[in-house]
Design a protein around this ligand. Structure first.
Ligand code: SF4
Length: 662
């Protein structure tokens, strides 16, 4: 089906949007819980205007305003193809499986939509068949599903572990894709998804796919999102982080291992390797890659205990890994040259004609890894910060752009006719300056729609009077005592959110024995299992860190309290944070006030936003960090918080829950 014809003129669109949200309008007639909300209607009108006229709109819509409908309705009624990108998979699913079917009924306008995930979620038919042809019995377990699936989406396979080596060997990643040269190109699940999306009115993606796609868009293949001229980017406060991840460079031991494995298979199948020259080149890369990542891991270990944190590499680091790095570069050079020669029909008659493309693809992949490694080892680009991460067996050498504002502007915003950047938390102290600067937004319209919730009635903010400063040695003991005091008064039903894993574990160990309710601890079960358990276990108390600060929705009294241990400043030891701070200082700015405080305010507001998810919800919010009151910058946090009455008295929490507001 082709996209719907455009509505004629801005005023026609504004009228239909107005009508949809009006009392007795299309939404009120169809959605049983719908109530006309002025803020929602105002935002929908602004979105309609920018989609029609072009430009950028910054739209902050507080909790309960119905933000998603406020942009989906004008997107549908505008009858153009619109790209919708979300920060989380949860919101992506909610839009596709819940909101769009409802709007299809309510608006009476036919439209099509495609839900797109990242390439690695889909099966690569070509790789799968090659594995089978190689006699790899592991992939046989997938054969029945492959014969049956319409989408090739791994989500259809029950019990497939998150980190499955089997899946990694058959997934449709950009790095392993042959593009138009692939013999299965037309049946390919990614190709078909792209075709469906190209014929859809709404294309629903997430920021990871959006940025991954924009990062490879200049190459001949790899891009999956079809051309869209209008975009709505929800949860836009996450965009800087995701862009930082995708517009950087990464070389890992896994990437090298996959290259060695895949190249070995291609050579075995397609190349006449008499004399063993190819095998020797591959083995050389394998050995040197092991030596190189061994050296990186050793250098990392010599700089302190190996945890999740990233460590910046500079100076002596490079001295320690340079020799092994140069050896690996030389081996990659040799392998690439040999493969490139083999892939040319004239150059190497030992390669069977049909396999030239495959050999060319592994040659190109070898060259790309060599170039990335060279970029990382030279560490010359002052626009990047270079660092190492180790996770389990994985050793990751990365470079991340220090400032993504130009990248976001050039690769995303300026390619669009219209862009809406929206979130529940986008402004700091009522201003969009911070997000404008971080995302490279110059000219833009603005709208702020306050939360629909009545924080004065629905919430209470508890700030303890006598907490030590977070650096004090007995901070954890004092925090644990407060947590016990609070959750006893709220009868559990609480999220206790921490800024670090170690603080979470310490306070959990100290407070746990004194809490007479079920305790849940992040890390003891998958995130979704913990959330399900929290929802069904009466009076549960969940101890968690950053992944629960955002995108978690527990409606109702099961979540009646959110306790935050410290103001969530990004760790100054983190290489990206440190490099951003240095860059701002070098440019004559005040990094603390211009960057660290606003970023922490937005993070805090995300955590606070977990408390009230419905207009009948009530709850207590507690922030244990005394800097909120003792430091001058604390005022900026307090002024950005929703207007809940403040108390320093634990008994007030008890009284708050004793009052029957209905
Ligand atoms: S086009 Fe790419 S992803 Fe699709 S089957 Fe071929 S190699 Fe795999």
């Amino acid at each position: 089906m082709s996209p719907l014809p455009p509505v004629s003129g801005a005023s026609a669109l504004a009228r239909s949007v107005d009508h949809a949200f009006a009392e007795g309008g299309a939404l009120a007639r169809t959605l049983p819980m719908f109530e006309p909300r002025e803020g929602q209607r105002a935002m929908a009108n602004e979105v309609a205007t920018v989609l029609h006229d072009g430009g950028v709109l910054l739209a902050e819509a507080g909790t309960g305003t119905g933000k998603t409908l406020a942009y989906l309705v004008p997107a549908i009624l505008g009858r153009k193809r619109v790209l919708v990108s979300t920060g989380t998979k949860n919101l992506q699913e909610q839009i596709y499986f819940k909101d769009l079917p409802v709007l299809r009924d309510a608006l009476g306008v036919p439209f099509t939509a495609t839900y797109m995930k990242g390439r690695a979620n889909y099966l690569c038919l070509h790789r799968f068949e090659q594995r089978r042809a190689d006699g790899d019995v592991n992939v046989e377990g997938l054969a029945t599903w492959v014969g049956r699936t319409e989408t090739g989406d791994r989500a259809e396979i029950e019990d497939l572990p998150e980190e499955s080596a089997l899946w990694a060997s058959v997934s449709a990643t950009a790095e392993t894709c042959l593009g138009g040269e692939c013999p299965r190109y037309h049946e390919c699940f990614v190709t078909r998804m792209r075709q469906r999306a190209a014929e859809s009115d709404l294309v629903i993606v997430n920021h990871h796919l959006l940025c991954a796609d924009a990062a490879v868009r200049e190459s001949s293949y790899g891009e999956v999102i079809p051309e869209c001229h209008d975009a709505i980017i929800d949860e836009a406060h996450q965009l800087e982080d995701v862009a930082t991840q995708y517009f950087g460079t990464l070389v890992s031991n896994y990437r090298l291992e996959e290259l060695v494995r895949d190249t070995g298979r291609v050579v075995e199948r397609a190349v006449n390797d008499e004399g063993g020259r190819y095998r020797r080149e591959i083995d050389r890369v394998d050995e040197r890659a092991r030596a190189f990542f061994g050296a990186v891991a050793l250098a990392r270990r010599s700089r302190g205990p190996v945890g999740d944190e990233r460590l910046r590499i500079a100076g002596a680091w490079f001295g320690e890994i340079a020799g092994a790095g140069v050896s690996l570069l030389t081996a990659l050079d040799g392998l690439e040259a040999t493969l490139a020669l083999a892939s040319s029909a004239a150059g190497h008659p030992g390669v069977d004609a049909e396999s030239h493309e495959e050999v060319a693809a592994v040659a190109a992949r070898t060259g790309a890894i060599r170039d990335d490694l060279r970029f990382l080892m030279s560490a010359e680009d002052a626009g990047f910060v270079y660092f190492v991460e180790t996770r389990g067996r994985g050793v990751f050498l990365r470079a991340a752009p220090i400032d993504v504002s130009r990248i976001v502007r050039e690769r995303l915003l300026s390619r669009m006719h219209a862009t809406v950047l929206t979130s529940a938390t986008l402004s700091v102290e009522g201003s969009f300056d911070y997000v404008r600067q971080r995302l490279g937004v110059t000219r833009a319209g603005e709208i702020r729609v306050p939360s629909e919730f009545d924080y004065r009635r629905q919430a209470i903010l508890y700030l303890p009077r006598r907490m030590p400063l977070p650096k004090a040695p007995h901070y954890a003991e004092a925090a644990a005592a407060e947590v016990v005091g609070i959750v006893r008064r709220t009868r559990g039903r609480a999220f206790v959110l921490f800024t670090s894993h170690s603080a979470m574990r310490t306070v959990h160990a100290l407070a746990g024995p004194a809490i007479p309710y079920p305790l849940l601890l992040q890390g003891t079960a998958p995130r979704s299992a913990l959330l399900t358990e929290f929802r069904v276990r009466p009076n549960a108390v969940l101890f968690a860190t950053s992944s629960f600060w955002q995108g978690v929705d527990v409606v109702g009294e099961q979540l009646s309290c959110v306790i935050i241990d410290k103001l969530p400043f990004a760790s100054p030891g983190d290489p990206i944070t440190a490099a951003r701070v240095e860059a701002i200082v070098a440019a004559g700015g005040d990094a603390f006030h211009e960057y660290q405080v606003p970023l922490a305010v937005l993070t805090l507001l995300q955590g606070v936003g977990r408390l009230l998810r419905h207009r009948t919800d009530r709850g207590a919010l507690a922030i244990l960090d005394p800097r909120l009151k003792t430091m001058a910058y604390g005022r900026r946090f307090l002024e950005s918080l929703p207007p809940a009455p403040v108390t320093h008295d634990l008994a007030a929490i008890e009284r708050f829950f004793a009052v029957d507001v209905d």
